[in-house]
Design a protein around this ligand. Sequence first.
Ligand SMILES: [Zn+2]
Length: 235
Amino acid sequence: MLDNKTRFSTCWVTTDKIRPCRDGGQSSSFTGKWQAGTGKFAVEFNTELPCLHDFAYNPHHPTATRGFLQGESRIATDGLRIGIGHDTHRLRQGGPLRLGGINIPHDREMVGHSDADVLLHAVTDALLGAAALGDIGQMFPDTEASNRGRDSADMLAAARDAVMAVGYRIINIDCIVFAQRPKLLSFRRAVCERIAGILQIEPEQIGLKGKTGEGIGIIGQEEAISAECVALLVK
Ligand SMILES: [Zn+2]
C-alpha cells in the first residue's frame, strides 16, 4: 500500500485515513507518494513535513505546507456522510423482547406494525439518512400488509444494500438503547454480533450503550423503549 515503507516508520496509513504516529511525536520528514490500496485517494508529498503526530495535534504547525493541509483535509472529509436515527415503540405485557435482531427473555414486548425492533429501526434510519435515501417509513410503509410482522433484520439489510448500491460503506455506527429494563450489558455482545452480521461489518465497528429512564417518564415507567443511532459512511 505504501510506496516507501521505510520512510513511514513512525507514521502509518490505512486505505481511508491517515493516522498519527504513536511514538509521542518523533519527527520524520519525507518525500514520497501515498497510494490507497482500495481507497479513493492518492496524495503526492513533495515537501518536507513534520511528523503527522505534530500535524494532527497542531494543524497550524509552521512547517506544515498548505499543500499538505489541503490534501489531508480532502482525505479526511471527502465522501464522509453522517446519519442519525431515532425510534420509540410502546411496551405491553408479553415477551420475549425483540431488540437488536435477537429475542431477549423478558416479561414485556414491543408493539408495532413490524416486529417492532426499535434498535434496528434506528440503525436503519441512520444508514438511510446518511445516504439521503429517505427513511424506513418510505421504504417499508406501515400501510402495506406485506410489512406486517416483518423481520426488521430484513429491513436493515435492505437499507444496507441501498446505501452500498450508491457507493457507500459503513465506517461505524454508535447506538443508545433507552430502557428501564432489561439491563443491556448481558446481551450487548450478542446484539453487536447480530447487527454486524446484518450489516456485514465487524462487531468492533458498533458501539452500543444502554440508558435507563431513572424510573420516570415513558422509559422509566416501562411504557416504551427508545433507541438512537448515528452512522458514519464513506464513499
Ligand atoms: Zn420502529
